[in-house]
Ligand binder design. Structure first.
Ligand SMILES: Nc1nc2c(c(=O)[nH]1)N[C@H]1C(S)=C(S)[C@@H](COP(=O)(O)OP(=O)(O)OC[C@H]3O[C@@H](n4cnc5c(=O)[nH]c(N)nc54)[C@H](O)[C@@H]3O)O[C@H]1N2
Ligand SMILES: Nc1nc2c(c(=O)[nH]1)N[C@H]1C(S)=C(S)[C@@H](COP(=O)(O)OP(=O)(O)OC[C@H]3O[C@@H](n4cnc5c(=O)[nH]c(N)nc54)[C@H](O)[C@@H]3O)O[C@H]1N2
Ligand SMILES: [Mo]
Length: 788
């Protein structure tokens, strides 16, 4: 396969750098969302969709998993700028038809950027790429299902198939999909969570017995301290700013822990209040700690040690509900402050100020997202966040708790429904009891292991229920080559993306309905259900006519593939599932804990909340029967001379690999995405200039180097030695083997790079396994120096 470069993306860009913005939302946000909506959808569809967004009788926003207020407290416009962009992207009036595929060969499409591909519009008909063909061509649904079923039935083992899920899939499609995979015979159910909050799921399961947030929406409003770690709510969960503003009115303080001073922390202009539109807005963060990338474990250990020293302990909670306190206390009493300052780039005084906020708060909610989960030490960091919460009994009472803020709108629901390569045995037992077959019991492949399996020719068929597997995954070139080894790749998608352009020997694109659209599968109006970040489950129904009469729902496609593959095997009634999703919900009620009387409960306005033992009754379903204090060695990530520690993050104008536009308004960048943010003194120290174009080169333990070409340097304030650049353009720099301990989550937030001013324009866009020569002097890798 020819290796392609994304130089065309470089040509598309005309980057301009402006001053960073200090206020989030406001009237500009309203103007931008209306402009995009009108351009992509037109006035009628704009009105139809936006007024139904996040309403009890409407559809769930597919942008993020931020929870909704009670139905009585919702605004008429219960959405944000980026939610409106997500709707406009899906309800787009442009179309990708069979004619489009006649005009554009695969070779042509492979050279296009993700931005261009997404802008071509909604896919209207199922398409196939036959072996050796130069173009995708139309295929009937029945032939497509037969091709999938036939290929799956021809494999030597069910474990040669991989069933990926992106977190937008509904509970109904997710439940059917995992049931199908297991009935077929494999637990190979990787999902986007493996690259996202997996570290959270692993850590929280271990220390509180459940991998989900322990708070309700009301707890956020009632908190007296809200800690926001490694999260950029102004861009990625904008409706969170409304909740933060309300919490501040109730007396909460806000502590932001982030290498960057993101716009949402400094000031929020609520477009729903007169003060927000015309006035100065609300100052949100009371304190911003500019922590060095990856310094959070050391920081939380230091905060815990200060609280211990100051005697700020909920002794009753610790005695009655926890184990391991003494061992933890002994460990942090010997804290090495020099190492803490090195790891965090913060002074002891700064950390004491932050610890003082914990001390003075009677109820604390700690929120976190990708800035915490995508590091080698992420699981340990989340356990340390939990230690600090246990110290003050900040779990299972009003206004307090642990709050991992999820990404994709239904990523949490998909897990609840069994999309999990290592689902607990109790879940598999329930499947066996309900459906009468014994599902496979060994763990399946997660995302990183699935790529390894395709790379090593062990896996043969890839099915993606949504998402953009190769672009979201680390080590882009390896991921693309790996998928290219497959016999068959099947993408169930709404829009074109990179993963369609790196097909296996044969490939299918199966176009599906989005959440904005009416689902009339089986001749009835169907609804779907989803779960948000605080375990609230509710129904969703789209208001629009489908983008094409040929589209099928995800649930329809999954059940049809299952039928074509399994026929009557195990007697699972795929046809009745497909014709009436109520039949699926009846089975969910039997199999999934907390979902008894599921269909009736989702009928309530606002839905229902799943049980969460720590939140509901301070019960901890761990082997110890208590919340577990854990001891983690303090580590300092060592970065060699002349190198930077880079995080990969989202701009204000994208949803993961979907690029809405080329502007990052709050960070002051417009017209392009190939930029690298570097501290002004580091730019000077490296002998470079702002605005200069450089290649980003990452270096890995095995001596291999990976290059991403042509990034403009933007002078940007952050801790010294740190850098930032956008995902997915930089995924080629993250080695497949660079993962978080225990969770196997790619370390997308700690990549050691050098800026190469000479390489730009030179040939060869990537190096692998020493392909481009090893330079022993430059060998480095993000392995921690263990100091205790
Ligand atoms: N509009 C929009 N909304 C989205 C998405 C989107 O792409 N666009 N994606 C969705 C998904 S799937 C997810 S998972 C979420 C992601 O939501 P976020 O986690 O907010 O996403 P990122 O852009 O990756 O931002 C990471 C933040 O962590 C900070 N950070 C980086 N490294 C560190 C560190 O070592 N320590 C600390 N304390 N902070 C650090 C960065 O400066 C940045 O502010 O958003 C969801 N919502
Ligand atoms: N370097 C780096 N890499 C990262 C991250 C990072 O911060 N840095 N973040 C990681 C995270 S948190 C995540 S969650 C993953 C995201 O990984 P994915 O979930 O795989 O990626 P998305 O970009 O969200 O998927 C977009 C595609 O989904 C399809 N789609 C959209 N809507 C629908 C729908 O309703 N149904 C179906 N069937 N398809 C639909 C469209 O075809 C679209 O092109 O990426 C991870 N990768
Ligand atoms: Mo995510």
């Amino acid at each position: 396969m020819t290796r392609w470069t994304r130089d065309r993306d470089v040509d598309e860009q005309n980057v301009e750098v402006h001053d960073q913005k200090h206020a989030a939302a406001g009237i500009t946000a309203v103007a931008v969302s209306m402009k995009r909506s009108l351009e992509q959808m037109g006035p009628v569809r704009t009105a139809k969709t936006l007024l139904k967004l996040n309403q009890a009788d409407g559809f769930d926003c597919m942008s993020c998993a931020w929870p909704d207020p009670d139905p009585d407290h919702r605004h008429t416009a219960e959405f944000c700028e980026n939610g409106a962009k997500a709707v406009a992207e899906e309800a787009d009036t442009a179309r990708v038809t069979p004619e489009f595929f006649r005009q554009h060969s695969l070779a042509d499409l492979r050279e296009r950027s993700e931005f261009w591909l997404g802008k071509q519009g909604r896919i209207t008909e199922p398409m196939v790429l036959r072996e050796g063909a130069t173009h995708y061509e139309p295929i009937s649904w029945d032939d497509a299902f037969a091709l999938v079923g036939g290929t799956l039935n021809g494999l030597a083992s069910p474990d040669q198939a991989v069933f990926y899920t992106s977190g937008r899939a509904s509970n109904e499609s997710a439940f059917s999909y995992q049931l199908f995979a297991r009935a077929y015979g494999t637990n190979n159910l990787p999902d986007c969570s493996n690259m996202c909050h997996e570290s959270t799921s692993i850590a929280l399961q271990e220390v509180i017995g459940i991998g989900k947030a322990s708070v309700s929406y009301q707890d956020v409003l009632d908190a007296k301290l809200i800690v926001i770690m490694g999260q950029n709510p102004g861009t990625n969960h904008p409706r969170m700013l409304t909740a933060l503003e309300a919490a501040k009115k109730n007396g909460a303080k806000i502590l932001a822990i982030n290498p960057l001073k993101e716009a949402g922390f400094t000031r929020f202009k609520n477009p729903q209040s007169p003060r927000g539109v015309a006035g100065p807005g609300t100052e949100l963060a009371d304190l911003h700690l500019p922590v060095r990338i990856n310094g959070d474990l050391a920081l939380m250990q230091a905060i815990g040690s200060l609280l211990l020293e100051w005697g700020c302990l909920d002794r009753d909670f610790i005695e009655r509900h926890t184990v391991g306190f003494e061992a933890w206390a002994t460990h942090v009493r010997e804290l090495d402050w020099t190492a803490v300052e090195k790891a965090t780039d913060l002074s002891r005084a700064q950390i004491e100020e932050a610890a003082g906020m914990f001390r003075d708060s009677p109820a604390t909610v700690t929120c976190w997202a990708m800035g915490v989960t995508q590091h080698r030490n992420a699981v340990a960091t989340i356990k340390e966040i939990s230690n600090v919460a246990f110290l003050q009994g900040n779990i299972g009472r009003p206004g307090a708790g642990l709050f991992p803020v999820r990404g994709h709108s239904n990523v949490q629901g998909d897990r609840t429904m069994g999309i999990w390569e290592r689902a607990p045995q109790s879940f598999l037992d329930s499947i066996q009891k309900e459906f009468g077959f014994n599902p496979p019991r060994e763990d399946g492949l997660d995302t990183v292991n699935a790529i390894r399996a395709f790379r090593d020719h062990e896996a043969k068929v890839f099915v993606g229920l949504g998402g953009n597997f190769v672009a979201a995954a680390p080590d882009t070139h390896i991921a693309e080559e790996a998928l290219g080894n497959a016999d068959l790749t099947v993408q169930i998608s709404t829009k074109l993306n990179r993963s369609h352009m790196v097909p296996g020997r044969q490939a299918l694109i199966l176009p599906t309905l989005g959440r904005t659209e009416k689902d009339r599968t089986g001749g009835r109006t169907q609804r779907i259900t989803v779960e948000d970040s605080v375990c609230a489950v509710h129904a969703s129904q789209g208001p629009l006519e489908p983008a094409s009469p040929h589209l099928r729902s995800e649930t329809d496609i999954v059940c049809s593939i299952a039928e074509a593959t399994l026929g009557d095997r195990h007697g699972i009634p795929w046809r009745s599932f497909r014709d009436d999703y109520t039949e699926i919900r009846k089975r969910i009620a039997h199999v999934v804990p907390g979902c008894e009387a599921y269909d009736e409960k989702v009928d309530r306005p606002g839905g229902f909340v799943l049980p969460h033992p720590p939140r509901d009754s301070r019960t901890f379903d761990t082997p110890e029967g208590a919340a577990v204090f854990s001891v983690s060695p303090l580590d300092v990530l060592h970065v060699p001379e002349g190198r930077l520690l880079m995080q990969t993050l989202r701009s204000h104008d994208q949803f993961n690999t979907t690029i809405y536009g080329l502007d990052d308004r709050y960070r002051g960048v417009s017209g392009g995405r190939r930029v690298v943010f570097v501290h002004p003194l580091d730019i000077a120290e490296l002998g470079l200039e702002p605005d200069q174009v450089v290649d980003l080169v990452s270096e890995w333990t095995d001596g291999s180097e990976r290059t991403a070409k042509g990034f403009r340097i933007v002078s940007y304030h952050q801790p010294r030695g740190c850098a930032a650049a956008y995902y997915p353009e930089t995924n080629a720099l993250i080695p497949l083997d660079s993962v978080a301990l225990q969770s196997n989550c790619p370390t997308s937030k700690s990549v050691i790079i050098r800026l190469d001013p000479n390489g730009h324009g030179a040939s060869g866009s990537t190096g692998r396994g020493g392909e481009q020569g090893e330079d022993a002097g430059h060998k480095s890798h993000p392995q921690p120096e263990h100091l205790s």
